[in-house]
Write a protein that binds this ligand. Structure first.
Ligand code: PEP
Ligand code: MN
Length: 349
């Protein structure tokens, strides 16, 4: 059960709700967010349904949610949520394109990808300074220098940026550069890291773990939401199956399923799921067709020399026709490409 209160509910109003429940023997958690305040009940909540919570001041709604995730559950909100990133409203009414290099390698490579992504109509840029590589001998990213180049990509294009954080100790640093902080597949169940990014007030993109069920993924999102940060974008990036011809198997059914189970927007990463350039466009179009709220695509000015994930990167020339085609499929399924309106959020403030 969750008690939904307004973001403007006073501390006294929240305390009154908590006291009523705890005096009746219940255990609570409080999540104070930008959009709303939630008082949640832990454990067997059946016997608390009779408490006169609905009439208390500051309370909008009392909802019974018998699931292991509550704040991110569809039942907890009257409508799908919209994550505002700069001027881009990420949600179910429009389709958003994120593009950029997998890893920031050099200033020249990153700026050239950033310019191409903008020219193609992308809404947000990607570029990682910290890479989670399967081999310890593979390129690990430029760290702080990479974040500085990311800031340059952002400043020159006026587009918001998303980048991955790997460690709890880097969260504040990454949050000071990123409009969206990304949690990668390998960290989906790094619960302390989830709590830390939940503590920030930056939007978070949460990728699905390599072997995570949809329910585990939503419970991971709940860790972020519980800290009062409900600006979460889910990203399906393929799961491990017996099929070796693709790097992972893109689970397209996750998109309509998540849309039923949760109010959060959900993206698709056709690059990391397939690992193959020739599959990126068909999977991106399929993502639009099943109702994804956006895609995140790797591009590189010279994929053959890329230090990370070259075989899956589109060239800068391959992106514009794909964006145009995604726009056509979006129209066909009742969505439209978001307008590209450069404008940055208050990063670093
Ligand atoms: C990435 O997007 O760069 C990445 C590492 O993806 P994933 O975490 O999904 O493997
Ligand atoms: Mn990659």
């Amino acid at each position: 059960m969750v008690v939904v209160m307004g973001a403007e509910a006073t501390d006294e109003q929240v305390a009154a709700v908590v006291d009523l429940i705890e005096d009746a023997g219940g255990e609570t958690f409080v999540s104070r967010g930008k959009h709303r305040t939630i008082v949640g009940l832990l454990g067997d909540t059946e016997r608390f349904m009779a408490l006169p919570l609905a009439g208390m001041s500051g309370v909008d709604q009392v909802v019974r949610i018998g699931k292991p995730y509550k704040l991110v559950a569809a039942e907890s909100r009257p409508a799908a949520s919209v994550v505002q990133v700069g001027n881009v409203a990420i949600g179910r009414d429009s389709f958003c394109v994120i593009a950029g290099p997998c890893a920031i390698e050099t200033e020249e490579q990153a700026m050239s990808a950033a310019r191409a992504a903008k020219a193609a109509g992308s809404h947000v840029l990607r570029g990682d300074a910290y890479k989670h590589r399967t081999s310890p001998y593979a390129f690990q990213g430029l760290a702080k220098r990479g974040l500085e180049i990311l800031a340059q990509m952002r400043a020159e294009t006026g587009l918001p940026v998303v980048t991955e954080v790997l460690h709890t100790s880097d969260v504040d640093l990454v949050a000071s550069y990123a409009d969206i902080i990304r949690i990668g597949a390998r960290n989906m169940q790094n619960f302390q890291l989830l709590r830390e990014v939940g503590r920030t007030r930056r939007p978070v993109m949460l990728k699905r773990g390599l072997s995570a069920t949809i329910e585990e993924w939503l419970m991971a999102a709940e860790y972020i939401a519980q800290q009062g940060n409900e600006d979460i974008i889910l990203c399906e990036r393929g799961i491990r199956t017996y099929e070796p011809m693709t790097r992972n198997t893109l689970d397209l059914s996750a998109i309509p399923l998540v849309h039923r189970l949760s109010h959060l927007p959900v993206f698709v990463d056709p690059s990391h799921s397939s690992g193959k350039r020739e599959l990126v466009a068909p999977l991106a179009l399929a993502a639009v067709a099943v109702g994804a709220d956006g895609v995140m695509i790797d591009i590189h000015p010279h994929p053959e020399t890329a230090l990370c994930d070259g075989p899956q990167a589109l060239t800068t020339e391959e992106l514009p026709p794909l964006v145009a085609e995604m726009g056509r499929v979006a129209e066909a399924v009742g969505k439209s490409l978001a307008r590209q309106t450069p404008g940055l959020s208050a990063v670093g403030q």
